[in-house]
Design a protein around this ligand. Structure first.
Ligand code: SF4
Length: 209
């Protein structure tokens, strides 16, 4: 079973009410940082909210914090984070110009995939982040993030290389930097994806089309 980011109208109404509980992203952070809604609270060192521009037009979403992220309380640090920084910089985006976060805010032990119940528990935080930031574009890193947000089971080969219109966002899917470190051959595809991100941003945001 996959968990959709926006399951149905009733859920959307609940999200609107939920969203209204928070003044801004800082308020959301303060109210979410001590979350104990799932078992991952017991094993985390740090809650990893995400960071970047609170009014970003691009939100970058990965799967879950790893060891370094858990230790520092920041998303995408360590080797895969440095690679993500380079990928973004290659197409003219600084880390501070976008907002970077994960579906799951606490590290699953041994970096296992998050369980469905953990995703269900954590998803309201991501939904609310998106409602407060109001980006136009989502960059989803890796199949777990893409299948979870888009509520499908499609392969990376099917998901990447195109703009997906979804729930009011323009979504681009590419490989997770950790996967690129394991499979450098995929970097060429990632490069194509982020060039598409740049040109879509220039069209949709800079030119406001
Ligand atoms: S993973 Fe998400 S739902 Fe679970 S404790 Fe952490 S913040 Fe809460």
């Amino acid at each position: 079973m996959q968990v959709s980011l926006f399951d149905d109208d009733a859920a959307a109404n609940n999200q609107n009410n939920y969203h209204a509980q928070f003044r801004d992203l800082n308020d959301l952070y303060e109210q979410s940082k001590t979350c104990t809604k799932c078992r991952l609270a017991a094993t985390r060192s740090n809650f990893v909210f995400g960071e970047g521009n609170p009014e970003a037009q691009i939100v970058v979403i990965g799967e879950a914090p790893g060891a370094e992220e858990d230790a520092q309380g920041r998303p995408f640090v360590g080797r895969s984070g440095k690679l993500l920084d380079k990928i973004l910089e290659a197409v003219g985006f600084s880390r501070k110009s976008v907002f970077i976060c994960n579906i799951i805010k606490c590290r699953p032990p041994e970096n296992r995939n998050p369980n469905i119940d953990e995703i269900e528990s954590c998803m309201p935080w991501l939904k609310t982040q998106l409602q407060l930031i109001k980006p136009r574009i989502l960059l989803l890193l890796g199949r777990v993030a893409a299948n979870t947000v888009l509520d499908n089971k499609q392969s990376m080969g099917t998901l990447r290389g195109k703009i997906i219109r979804w729930s009011g966002y323009d979504v681009i899917v590419t490989y997770h930097p950790a996967a690129l470190l394991r499979n450098p051959n995929w970097k060429r595809h990632c490069w194509e994806d982020v060039k598409m991100l740049r040109s879509h941003y220039d069209k949709r945001v800079t030119s406001n089309q």
